[in-house]
Write a protein that binds this ligand. Structure first.
Ligand code: NAP
Length: 488
């Protein structure tokens, strides 16, 4: 569906990116805006006004984008003519948000009557200042929207502070807290799979499901982001947002509609039903890890402590595995195993729903596991697979696991937009369903904070794992104890 002036109620759009020279803007935001433009999903009058501290003019910024962003647009989508039109939309205002007394230079270039989208792609520590100065310079009105990058704060207290500050300038319905996992086609499809079909939902409960696994594995190390990452770690950077959001979509009750609050109410209930960890639970059911020197791709890579800008005495984790429980009727006693890490064997994000075994073993098993699994792969490929048992050809009655592959790519001969593109279009259209509400975000921190504090109290040091592996041995033991294994 392309942009429609009448339907989307946005005539003139000013997209103002704070952090418009940063890594995220170059790798994701500008390419996503280009793709939205290419497919007619931006109002023709759109202007993209980037800001940053660099003292450069518009021409230099366009050259910067050519150099740092253009290569992140897939070749098959690149069109010289469209690109030339796209860059005419770009503008740049040099602004040190801390040093400058007001945002009047920005106010001078933003058009009267425009719907303003402020994309805050800077460190969250700047969000309060940015919102205060935006408001003081008269840039915020009832049609404005603000997009907040994750992670929002470093704990519940800082998240509340940011939410209070942003909330004093923008109504909750104007705030888009982004978690790009919610923009992934397969994640959105999971809701359709669950609530648009009648065959799965009766099975989607403790009586039929023995465990749920959620893995978000990265092949890359900390790269150039050590300055940020070392103060966060895998728990704050990944579990608090991406993994808990995925867990919510797996575990939520059917919402009464697709209205943003109806969906977010159900996700909030899941977060509130997550069993709190006591110290003994933390010691038993969580694993912190940190990569050591090993192999990444096909070459030798340094350990975390040897990475640039990582303090030698750092105790930050680059890996977390844990067993969690959602204390509801539907999920009573079903373990949810969560795992995320850097420098793992390969980039792989997936959700595995493991169904219970048949009550009686009638057939002989050829090899491997006998349980049915629904595997939802989120990246690098997006696919939904159902693993079922089938008879092995031959005279006997031996069974073997086979995979029914729901190939969404060939089922829909349509382009599948990247998460950031889809979410940016949602912002332009004023659709909040795939963004986090304040109470959701705070509930996630409420659950995560005691675990991080518990690690400190227990003096829980990260366990070593070699780069290029699936994490420390303790992570495998966590599942083996319950008779399960990570599905690779
Ligand atoms: P980054 O590469 O360090 O870029 C930071 C940006 O903020 C730059 O454009 C910088 O401008 C600007 N900035 C810094 N201090 C400023 C100030 N005082 N006044 C005005 N502008 C200032 O960071 P990033 O990786 O793009 O991350 C941005 C946000 O996205 C962070 O909240 C991060 O957690 C989040 N995020 C990033 C990624 C990612 O893959 N990069 C993924 C998920 C979430 P100058 O260039 O002029 O210094």
């Amino acid at each position: 569906m392309t942009f429609s002036k009448a339907q989307d109620n946005v005539d003139v759009l000013d997209m103002i990116i704070f952090g418009g020279t940063g890594d995220l803007a170059m790798r994701k935001l500008i390419p996503a805006l280009y793709m939205a433009f290419l497919h007619g999903n931006l109002p023709p009058s759109t202007r993209i006004i980037s800001t940053g501290r660099q003292e450069i003019d518009r021409e230099a910024y366009v050259a910067y984008v050519e150099l740092h962003s253009r290569s992140f647009i897939a070749q098959e989508n690149f069109n010289d003519k469209t690109w030339d039109s796209f860059v005419t939309m770009l503008g740049y205002v040099s602004l040190d948000v801390k040093a400058t007394p007001d945002f009047d230079p920005l106010a001078r270039v933003s058009r009267q009557g425009a719907v303003r989208v402020f994309y805050l792609s800077t460190a969250p520590s700047l969000f309060t200042t940015i919102c205060t100065k935006l408001s003081a310079s008269g840039l915020v009105d009832s049609r404005s929207r603000v997009v907040l990058e994750k992670p929002l704060g470093i704990d519940l207290r800082s998240a509340i502070e940011i939410n209070e500050a942003v909330g004093s300038r923008f109504a909750e319905s104007q705030i888009y807290r982004i978690d790009h996992y919610l923009g992934k086609e397969t994640v959105q499809n999971l809701m359709v799979l669950r609530f648009g079909n009648s065959i799965l939902e009766p099975l989607w409960r403790a009586s039929n499901i023995s465990s749920v696994q959620i893995t978000v594995a990265e092949e890359v190390g900390v790269g150039s982001r050590a300055g940020f990452y070392d103060g966060a770690g895998a728990m704050r950077d990944m579990v608090q947002n991406h993994l808990l959001q995925l867990l919510c979509i797996v575990a939520m009750e059917p919402p009464t509609s697709l209205n943003a609050d109806a969906v977010r109410d159900e996700k909030l209930k899941v977060l509130r039903a997550l069993r709190r960890f006591k110290l003994a639970d933390i010691a038993r059911d969580t694993v912190r890890g940190r990569y050591t020197r090993g192999v990444g791709g096909s070459k030798e890579v340094p350990g975390y402590l040897e990475e640039r800008d990582v303090p030698v005495d750092s105790s930050t984790e680059t890996f977390v595995a844990m067993r969690a429980f959602v204390d509801t009727w539907r999920w009573s006693r079903v373990p949810f195993y969560l795992r995320t890490g850097k420098r793992m064997v390969r980039r792989s994000s997936k959700i595995v729903i493991e169904f219970t075994n048949p009550p009686f073993q009638l057939f002989h098993q050829c090899s491997g596991s006998i349980s049915n699994r629904l595997v939802i792969e989120l990246q690098p490929e997006e696919a939904i697979k159902l693993q079922i048992m089938a008879k092995q050809p031959g005279s006997g009655m031996e069974m073997q696991q086979v995979t029914l592959n729901l190939d969404l790519g060939s089922a829909f001969q349509q382009r599948r937009a990247e998460a950031y593109e889809r979410l940016l279009i949602d912002v332009v259209r004023g659709r909040l369903t795939h963004f986090m509400r304040r109470d959701e975000l705070e509930a996630a921190w409420e659950w995560v904070d005691p675990i991080i504090e518990g690690w400190q109290q227990l003096n829980e040091k990260p366990r070593a794992y070699a780069a290029g592996t699936w994490g420390p041995a303790e992570s495998f033991a966590l599942l083996a104890r319950d008779g399960f294994a990570w599905v690779e």
